[in-house]
Ligand binder design. Structure first.
Ligand code: ATP
Length: 341
């Protein structure tokens, strides 16, 4: 394998965190490729982060151009949209291009019960889950599997309320029932270097969700009278700086997740960017409901770096740039293989 970064390109599909990833890769000196669709082209023409645009009719057609990526010696960076369009199984079994990260971990994060097993092993404080609606004895959030961005999630306080609400979703029986935690949402963005073994906190965010984030603008009486239902459709991300005394806890749980990540089918464990997603309750307990084992869109407000990366780096360090730097250092040290899953 070559030890010169000019022999490689960084590629990803043009959605989610692609702008940040490609800008960061370019700032680190890489040639960059965006895989786009016709609708997305204007974005990449306006924001010049890609040296090359490869167009396909839909992101689901990724495999039709993969050979081209292989020829160009492209390292593909997975993000949320990449995983959802290309598919976890296809990535694990069919992908031929160089893939940054551990594919085996994707299976663990995308299956709710495997994910829970892993996070439990890491000792995290998880919301209770209910296997049967009859067990509901506190407010719960009902999440449909594969729901895009929280659409259709609902809250219930009892088995009777659950059965009343589920009537609105006929035929839908793939859902999870989770204890509803009252507190503030918090998404922690980490980067774990497989090269140095160091864990970094990159930034924090919360999501801006429709209509959950606007319901408080209407009086409770009007909410009830107009029969408004809460939905959590994500529209954007809002930066957060956390209370500083919480940082030791965030470092500890991030490390605990890394330490328990050499899971079956994922011998290299988790490395690179990842995110713990949860709610902080009034007693400052961080109740984690999900892990994303890849770059998350919550890092997008920090293309020019975050207050935390400013403490560690002299230059603006986005998560996209941080992962490009890791790849660069690995290439130059002849260790790229360690970052490819
Ligand atoms: P993604 O898979 O894209 O991360 P999602 O569709 O699975 O998103 P979640 O992130 O699980 O959705 O949750 C959607 C919303 O519901 C968020 O605002 C989150 O804060 C809230 N939420 C999720 N689980 C709980 C919980 N156990 N208690 C309280 N709120 C929750």
């Amino acid at each position: 394998m070559s030890t010169s970064i000019s022999d490689y390109a960084i590629a990803t599909i043009g959605s989610h965190t692609a702008l940040q990833i490609l800008k960061g890769a370019r700032d680190e000196g890489f040639r960059t490729i965006a895989i786009i669709t016709p609708e997305i082209r204007p974005v990449f023409e306006s924001f010049p982060v890609a040296d090359e645009l490869i167009e396909i009719p839909s992101f689901a057609d990724y495999f039709s151009i993969e050979e081209e990526l292989v020829k160009k010696n492209a390292i593909v960076i997975p993000h949320g949209s990449f995983v959802s369009y290309v598919g976890v199984e296809e990535i694990a079994t069919k992908m031929k291009a160089m893939y940054y990260g551990s594919r085996g971990i994707l299976r663990w994060e995308s299956d709710r019960s495997m994910e829970r097993q892993w996070l439990q092993k890491a000792g995290l404080n998880l919301p209770r889950v209910f296997t049967k609606p009859e067990e509901i004895d506190c407010p719960v959030i009902v999440k449909f599997h594969g729901a895009k961005g929280g659409f259709g999630y609902f809250i219930a306080k009892s088995p009777a309320e659950f059965y009343e609400r589920i009537k609105e979703f006929p035929g839908q029986n793939d859902y999870a029932i989770q204890e509803y935690i009252v507190g503030v949402p918090m998404y922690v963005h980490y980067f774990y270097s497989a090269l140095t073994g160091e864990l970094e906190i990159m930034s924090f965010d919360k999501r801006y969700e429709s209509n959950a984030d606007s319901i408080g603008r209407i009086a409770a009486k009007d909410q009830i009278e107009s029969g408004i239902r809460t939905s959590y459709t994500i529209t954007g991300n809002i930066p957060i700086v956390v209370r500083e005394s919480m940082l030791p806890m965030f470092f500890k749980i991030g490390q605990d997740v890394i330490n328990t990540s050499k899971l079956e089918g994922a011998p290299k464990g988790l490395f690179g960017p990842f995110c713990l997603e949860g709610i902080i309750d009034p007693n400052l307990n961080f109740r984690v409901f999900e892990i994303s084992a890849r770059i998350v869109a919550g890092t997008n407000p920090y293309i020019e770096g975050s207050p935390y990366t400013a403490l560690r780096y002299k230059e603006p360090m986005s998560t996209g740039r941080r992962l490009a730097r890791e790849i660069k250092q690995a290439i130059e040290a002849g260790r790229l293989e360690e970052l490819l899953g």
